[in-house]
Design a protein. Structure first.
Length: 156
């Protein structure tokens, strides 16, 4: 039995109810992160499109994300209802101040996770891709530790 399996097994048998409670808290945290991830991705993409083209259009969002326009329309309605975007008739989609703030926070989280992975020795291409998913699933506490992590000096 591996060291990891022994630790999990010991924890489970010492207090099985605590283990289950902690496990369920992890499930809940992951589900909430998944919900936020989609919103964050749309807001970041809208911000990127505005920067590149001056506005974001539904057709462009669908093309970049590889989803149908009705899927995008449904999400844009949700983003509009939560005050993250503004849609103008015969124009594009724009971020509100709240949406801009969320896009900025998402970029910061991504940057912190990507730098942490690079510090661990992950290649730049993989660190960029992996950080895209991880940024949504780590807590603020973990992000602080990632941000402050320094590669230990090899004393050999």
């Amino acid at each position: 039995m591996s060291h990891l399996a022994k630790n999990v097994s010991n924890t489970l048998f010492q207090d099985p109810f605590k283990y289950i409670e902690d496990h369920v808290k992890g499930f809940c945290q992951a589900r909430e992160a998944n919900r936020r991830e989609i919103i964050d991705d749309y807001v970041e993409l809208i911000s990127d499109l505005i920067y590149k083209f001056g506005e974001a259009r539904q057709v462009d969002i669908a093309a970049y994300l590889g989803v149908s326009q009705p899927t995008v329309a449904k999400m844009l309605k949700r983003l509009n209802n939560t005050g993250l975007i503004e849609q103008l008739p015969y124009r594009g989609i724009f971020l509100t101040m709240k949406g801009e703030k969320l896009a900025k926070q998402s970029r910061i989280r991504h940057h912190i996770v990507e730098n942490f992975l690079l510090t661990l020795g992950v290649s730049p291409e993989i660190a960029r891709r992996d950080s895209e998913g991880l940024e949504h699933h780590v807590s603020d506490e973990t992000l602080i530790i990632f941000r402050n992590f320094k590669k230990p000096v090899n004393l050999r």
